[in-house]
Write a protein that binds this ligand. Structure first.
Ligand code: SAM
Length: 243
């Protein structure tokens, strides 16, 4: 087994937080289990220890940095839309065992593989939604049911907003993990958010600690109920993002 790096100084200098020994061990177990599952199902192309640490573990957790250092122990309901190989949802589930994390992805076989990963690691605060976001968001038990929605690498920002806002409670937040971020993208997003009942709260920028990559977290909040017509039919939000 390859050993993950454990650069506590990098966690500390970037996120003002560092994992406990137990959390560090759980990251190693997650790495081993994801790599084992990756032999059967294509979960990730990020497989070297350094890349996995930076692009999956560190990156997943930097999006929820305010909760890492905050005092809140509220048991949040979280949905990771388009979780793929379990990111950002699984590292978040390991660090916040009192949060309930729903991993949502349209590709059923990825979620079946993640179920095995979670069984192997004894991760009990995770559930699985093998469906499209456009369908889940119209189901009464999921609509307006989540305090936090996480979306990384799931499509254009306006598509992500259309997936996320119907799932949020009033006052809930969506964290859109982005790479580069431009004034044009921000203008396009702020123009459509009122139609979805959303508002742009802030854009936080980060530099990745090993390779100095650019990251932006775009934070939305829900200020009004989302009209029932959103999200539109499966496939439409990605083919024709709102403008
Ligand atoms: N979030 C992961 C990450 O950052 O490593 C995976 C990103 S992968 C590029 C995008 C994932 O989103 C795929 O697994 C795909 O099946 C899923 N996806 C895309 N559109 C979706 C939708 N409308 N509903 C559910 N899942 C979707």
């Amino acid at each position: 087994m390859d050993m993950l790096p454990s650069p506590s100084d990098r966690w500390q200098s970037t996120l003002h937080w560092q994992p406990s020994d137990r959390q560090q061990q759980s990251f190693q177990l997650l790495y081993d289990a994801i790599l084992a599952a990756n032999q059967q199902v294509n979960l990730t192309r990020i497989t070297t220890p350094e890349d996995f640490w930076e692009k999956h573990l560190w990156d997943s957790l930097q999006g929820v940095a305010p909760w890492l250092t905050g005092a809140s122990t509220d048991p949040l309901k979280v949905v990771d839309v388009g979780t793929g190989g379990g990111f950002p949802g699984l590292p978040v589930a390991l660090v916040f065992p009192h949060w309930a994390i729903a991993l949502l992805d349209a590709t059923r076989k990825k979620l079946v593989a993640l179920e095995t990963v979670c069984e192997t690691l004894g991760i009990a605060n995770v559930s699985f939604l093998p469906q499209r976001a456009e369908q889940v968001a119209h189901q009464p038990i999921h609509r307006e049911a989540y305090d936090l929605a996480l979306l990384r690498a799931v499509g254009p920002v306006n598509t992500c907003a259309e997936y996320a806002l119907p799932l949020l409670t009033l006052g809930g937040q969506a964290i859109l993990y982005r790479g580069q971020w431009s004034a044009d993208e921000e203008a396009g997003l702020t123009a459509i958010l009122p139609r979805l009942g959303g508002k742009l709260l802030e854009v936080r920028s980060q530099t990745t600690p090993l390779t100095q990559g650019v990251r932006h977290n775009v934070i939305l909040t829900k200020v009004e109920r989302t009209p029932d017509k959103f999200p539109r039919l499966p496939g439409i939000p990605s083919k024709t993002p709102l403008v």
